[in-house]
Design a protein around this ligand. Structure first.
Ligand code: NAD
Length: 301
């Protein structure tokens, strides 16, 4: 496993990291014992950065993750969670709510410290409230010794500079914007790097679009994106490969990204992901797949 410093957070994180949304049954029904085993597998393979949110499975992911973490020495992982999003359309970025949210997450996961607390999907809130109220409130929580760093997450890329140029944050988490079908995250990197922010890229498999199983029913991508990704998956299968492997290798190959969060509640998936990371990428197949995806490149939702 390779480790990189997550910008000014100072955390030395594995370049492949574990996204725990799957533990909340976000992609399919998950057996708890299997989910817990997946966390252990990830940590045993050298993954030391774990990301979750109270929103995932409406607190279920944090609860299941907490059960797994109780059996893992605290120094073996850095823990990131979020505040501000609590349902599909339930957001509350007020100071009171996010402060209470941190305490709830600590309790749910049975830890006394969260390494990184992130304002979750800020584009659904009022960005000026995030600047003037949410981040300052989380800085107070940091001063109280409950969290180590403060970050922001979301889909549209302009939100990061808007907030980071108005209030000090330590990291950004972008998702689905650095994968085979979309590399737009590169456009904001010069600014993000100039501020020494930690760069977390999530969803290298584009939340399931770049897997054999395909996207879950709730996936927000439009039909053209889904169809192109399905064609790319078929092409990889016809070449005796797996689109998930190519996608993961592609996303992990960019050294400007400090860590890439992949999600799964299946131990074998995590084992495959780590193995794939260590194998060379098939450049011929990569070129073919990027041709298939070219018509929808950088299209989002
Ligand atoms: P992902 O791109 O990691 O895809 C997950 C899907 O891929 C699941 O269906 C999983 O079963 C499958 N998969 C994983 N490894 C595989 C393998 N080796 N082979 C085949 N299939 C495999 O998307 P994600 O889970 O949404 O993103 C990862 C994490 O990033 C999340 O768990 C979460 O922690 C974080 N995230 C954060 C935000 C946000 O803050 N707004 C948004 C999206 C994701």
């Amino acid at each position: 496993m390779i480790y990189r410093t997550l910008g000014k957070t100072g955390l030395n994180v594995s370049i492949l990291s574990f996204g725990a949304s799957s533990l909340g049954g976000v992609f399919r029904d998950v057996a708890e014992a299997e989910a817990i085993r997946t966390v252990h597998t990830a940590v045993d393979l050298g993954i030391n950065f774990i990301d979750v949110s109270p929103y995932y499975g409406l607190t279920k992911a944090e609860c299941v993750l907490g059960k797994a973490l109780r059996e893992i020495p605290r120094h073996k992982y850095f823990l990131a969670t979020k505040a501000g999003r609590y349902g599909n359309s339930e957001f509350d970025f007020s100071a009171g709510r996010v402060k209470a949210s941190v305490d709830e997450s600590l309790r749910r996961m049975g830890v006394d410290f969260i390494d990184l607390i992130q304002c979750h999907d800020i584009e659904f809130g009022d960005l000026d409230q995030v600047v003037n109220e949410t981040v300052p409130a989380l800085r107070e929580v940091q001063k109280a010794g409950k969290v180590g760093a403060v970050g922001i997450t979301g889909l549209p890329l302009p939100i990061f500079e808007y907030v980071a140029s108005r209030v000090e944050v330590d990291s950004i988490l972008s998702y689905c914007r650095y994968s085979l079908n979309d590399t737009a995250l590169q456009e904001v990197m010069p600014y993000v790097e100039s501020q020494h922010l930690g760069i977390i890229s999530a969803s290298p498999l584009s939340m399931g679009l770049l897997t054999r199983r395909g996207a879950p029913s709730w996936h927000p991508a439009g039909p053209a994106i889904k169809a192109a990704c399905a064609r790319a998956a078929e092409h990889c299968a016809a070449r005796g490969s797996d689109i998930a492997k190519l996608a993961l290798q592609f996303s992990l190959a960019n050294p400007r990204i400090h860590t890439t969060l992949v999600g799964s509640a299946n131990p074998a998936n995590m084992e495959n992901s780590v193995r794939w990371m260590e194998e060379p990428i098939d450049t011929q197949l990569l070129a073919e797949v990027r041709d298939i995806l070219a018509p929808i490149h950088n299209q989002t939702w």
